[in-house]
Each structure stands twice: as C-alpha cells, then as structure tokens.
Write a protein that binds this ligand. Structure first.
Ligand SMILES: Cc1cc2nc3c(=O)[nH]c(=O)nc-3n(C[C@H](O)[C@H](O)[C@H](O)COP(=O)(O)OP(=O)(O)OC[C@H]3O[C@@H](n4cnc5c(N)ncnc54)[C@H](O)[C@@H]3O)c2cc1C
Length: 465
C-alpha cells in the first residue's frame, strides 16, 4: 500500500469545487462526522464532502486516487465498529444526499433505492403498499439502507427471514479509482462471473462506494403477534431458545433480555417493568397468513414456553402493545448509555444450540473481571450483544480489564464454533482481534481482494482488514 496523505489546501479547494462549497463541512461544523455510535473514539476529518450523485462521487474518487488522499465513506453514522470515523485526517464522503427511493416495482417485487434512505422509512413506505423488506436492525429509524448493505446488517427478523445479504439483488457502485460499476439488477437468479456483488455486501466501505441498491421484496404477512415470556432463571430462558428451534417452530424473531436489563430499561423509560421478578425474558414474534394460523401458532408457542418453565406469557396482539414491547427492546443501548456512557459492545454469534453456553460464559467473564456485563439480542440467530459497562471504574483500570476481557470473550465465541462479529463488523475496533476468528490464509486472501479493488488503499484505509 502507498503512503496516503490528508489533502493540502489546493487539493481541498479542488474537492470543494466538485460538490460546491455549500455541500462541505470542516472544523467545528464537522463535529457530527468525527464519530459514529462506537463509544470513546473519534477523529477530525480534513473535510466532509456531500456529493449529489454518482457522477460527483466518481470525480472525487478519481481525484483522491490520483493524489493518494484517504477517503472514508459514511452513511448515517450509526455504526458500532468505528467504520466511518476519519482517522489520519481522511476526507469524509457522506452519501447523505443520495436519499431517494427510485422505484417500487410491484410487477417484479423489487425496490430500487439510493443508499441514504433511512431503513425504517423504506420499510414503512413499502408496508403501506402491502410489501415487506424484512431485515430490521434495531437502529432502523436512524441507519441507512446503504450502510446496511455494506455492513450486511442483521436484525430482529433474521430467524425466519434472513439478513440484508439475502435481499440484495443488484447494486451500482463507484470503485476507489472512480470507475462506475453495476452488478445484478431485478434478477432472482444471476451466476454470470464471480459473485462480486456479494463481495461488496459486508465490505464495510473498503471496496467500493455503493450508490444504488436493488432489493427483493416479499408480500407483507397480514397477521402478527409478539409474546413476552418471562423465566425465573437465565438458564431456562437460554435453553428455551434451543428447544423452540429444535421443535422447528421458527418464529420471526426470538430476542433474549436479562431481567436486570429489562428493569434498567423500564426505569430509563419511566415505565413499569413487565414481570418484575423474571430473571430473563424472551420476546418472540410470529407472523401468519390467516387469523386461525396466528392463533394456533401463538397458543402452541405459549404452551411450549410454559412446559419449558416460563413464569408467564404475555400476548401482544395489538399495535400499541407490540410497539411498546419493541420500543423497550430498541431502547436498550440508550438506557445502558444513560447509566454508563462508556460501554464495550460485542456482538458475537454461535450455533443456536450453543446459546446457553455463551450466556453462561459471558456472565462468568463479568464475574471474573468484576464488571457489569449484559447479554441481550438476537438469540434466535445465535447472535448476542454482550455489553460491558465501565460504570465508575477508573480509566486505566478499565483499559487494563478490556485488554484481557475482549479477546477472552471473542475466543469464547470462537471456541463454541462461533464468530467474533455477527452484525457490527470489524471496522476499526475489532481489526486487531480478527486473527482470533480467522486463519492466515483467509486473511491473506482478503488482503489480495482489497488490493484488487483498491490498489492504492485509499478507501476506508485501516478498517476491516
Ligand atoms: C442502537 C443501535 C442498534 C443497532 N442495531 C443493529 C442491529 O440490530 N443489526 C445490525 O446489523 N446493526 C445494528 N447497529 C449498527 C448499525 O446501525 C449498522 O451497522 C448500520 O448498518 C450502519 O448504517 P449507517 O448508515 O449508520 O452506516 P455508517 O455507520 O455511516 O457506516 C457503516 C460502515 O459502512 C460504510 N458505508 C456506509 N455507507 C456506505 C456506502 N453507501 N458505500 C460504501 N460504504 C458505506 C462506512 O464507511 C462504515 O464503514 C445498531 C447501532 C445502534 C447505534
């Protein structure tokens, strides 16, 4: 890789010319672009550019590539691995102005969209037409669909419907050298050539800038119900997840929440905690084509939950109750941050049958290091968010603990046949830990792929690999 340099004044002037001064930010005005949602890391960009379209993006990239200027792509900055932070004076290329839904094609059940459309807004527009784009990260009201594509975001519905990758059928993108490319389209099948589309999905902004996305859609299932199931022990709740999968019930979502966490979130939202004595909860979502089917499914699941030792099952079968439940789930991070502004958030995944061992191992690590560790999240996919709270631990002691705690936690997941990250990606924060989950040959191959896309290493340099 060549040595990169932040742009000098003349180069900044040339970049500003491409997008127009009104579409740039620098200094204090660029504060929002110094960080994402990862706690405790930030860096100042030399300038923020907000291009209007793919042509301007291509021009920026051509200029940056010729002059070895580092470029950091940015969606809406909700990342949890520091992926869009502009270290070393990089230029931030924000996709935020590419925020239009281009076409909803009801003949082919596809949507063509620009990358900065907010995922939740895309979903509700589609739902109004009886259409369904299932992947729903907990950040869906603030993250972009383009960010979802390049982080291959997961979400609550992955148990039944899969993740972002399963819906992307085509993209347009700009390569680091400024070339404009297009892969796929409104196609359910396409095996022409190497599957570069799927190399770009999940590439964390290191291979290309995604400028347009074609997504497959489904008909919106007309009936849905959520169950809140409480257990008097964490073990029983964790075991119930494996048992539900073993029984082949496949709900839309199975989210796991420790009881202490539910109480903490309820307090933050100034609401009463449901089932206040529960040690752990599962939120289980079901959908169906008919009312009879949904009733049959939730009765069956409720009965199974009681057989598995649940203390109670609440059925949320109307919109306000369902929204309250999911608001509680989506408010977890905010609530945790209110009690401890510094959090180390890991998002490991294991085969679903090994969730009980992961929950137990994470709890033991918390005890070993004397820190508060909460596990929650998409347990039905074998994916848990495991958040360690700094609370009032002094900085140097916290850093020392994290030096050992993080690799131990990641190794725990890998030893359970898992992965060090299921959703958030490697970004900046997990780069040094990638060898825990990946062999030398795989790492070397990834580096060669990066070089093929980006020979000068200008795009999101230092991230992901
Ligand atoms: C409260 C909370 C809950 C979350 N829940 C989930 C969850 O359930 N599931 C999940 O997967 N994630 C979750 N996340 C993480 C985050 O929301 C996702 O990673 C999301 O996909 C990031 O989208 P963004 O638009 O904010 O991207 P950014 O944070 O701006 O960027 C993320 C990465 O993508 C690159 N990038 C962004 N847009 C483009 C583009 N168009 N072309 C090329 N590169 C680009 C950036 O360089 C960066 O490396 C959560 C985050 C928060 C704060």
């Amino acid at each position: 890789m060549k040595k990169l340099n932040p742009p000098n004044n003349a180069q900044i002037a040339a970049l500003v010319d491409i997008v127009g001064e009104e579409n740039t930010l620098a200094g204090d005005a660029a504060f929002d672009y110094t960080h994402d949602e990862t706690t405790d890391i930030s860096a100042e960009p030399s300038i923020v550019l907000k291009p209007a379209d793919e042509a301007e993006i291509a021009e920026i990239m051509r200029f940056a590539n010729e002059n070895l200027i580092p470029i950091v792509p940015r969606g809406l900055g909700t990342g949890l691995a520091g992926g869009s932070i502009p270290f070393d004076g990089a230029v931030v290329l924000s996709l935020e102005r590419l925020d239009k839904i281009i076409e909803i094609d009801t003949d082919n059940l596809m949507v063509v969209t620009q990358p900065a459309v907010i995922t939740g807004e895309l979903q509700s527009t589609l739902e109004d037409m009886g259409l369904f784009y299932p992947p729903d990260p907990a950040s869906k009201d603030s993250c972009s669909i383009g960010g979802n594509v390049v982080t291959n975001a997961g979400g609550m519905t992955a148990v039944k419907y899969g993740i972002t990758r399963d819906y992307v059928k085509g993209i347009r993108a700009v390569l680091p050298g400024g070339e404009r490319i297009k892969y796929g389209g409104k196609l359910m099948k396409n095996v022409a050539g190497y599957d570069l589309l799927h190399s770009i999905i999940g590439s964390e902004g290191t291979l290309a800038l995604v400028t347009e996305i074609t997504l497959k859609l489904l008909p919106l299932p007309p009936f849905g119900v959520d169950l809140l199931v409480g257990f008097d022990s964490i073990e029983k709740a964790a075991d119930a997840i494996s048992e539900i999968i073993r029984k082949r019930l496949i709900p839309t979502a199975i989210e796991f929440l420790e009881g202490d966490l539910v109480r903490l979130v309820a307090e933050a939202l100034e609401k009463d905690a449901p089932m206040p004595d529960a040690a752990a909860h599962l939120i289980i979502s079901l959908d169906a084509e008919t009312e009879d089917e949904i009733e049959r499914r939730y009765f069956g699941l409720g009965e199974l939950a009681m057989e598995l030792g649940a203390i109670d099952v609440l059925v949320a079968d109307n919109r306000p109750f369902r929204e309250r439940l999911w608001d509680m789930r989506r408010s977890i991070r905010e609530a945790l941050r209110a009690v401890s502004p510094t959090i180390v958030a890991e998002d490991v995944a294991v085969p679903r049958s090994r969730i009980p061992e992961l929950v137990d191992g994470a709890r033991k690590l918390g005890e070993k290091y004397g820190i508060r560790v909460f596990s929650f999240g998409h347990a039905g996919d074998g994916n848990l968010h495991i958040d360690a709270l700094k609370d009032d631990i002094p900085d140097d002691r916290w850093d020392e603990i994290m030096e050992s705690y993080i690799p131990e936690l990641l190794k725990l997941a890998v030893d359970l046949d898992g992965t060090i990250t299921a959703e958030h990606g490697i970004g900046w924060t997990k780069k040094k830990h990638l060898p825990i989950g990946m062999g030398e040959a795989e790492l070397a191959l990834m580096k060669r792929i990066k070089e093929a896309f980006d020979p000068n290493g200008i795009l999101n340099s230092g991230k992901a690999i």
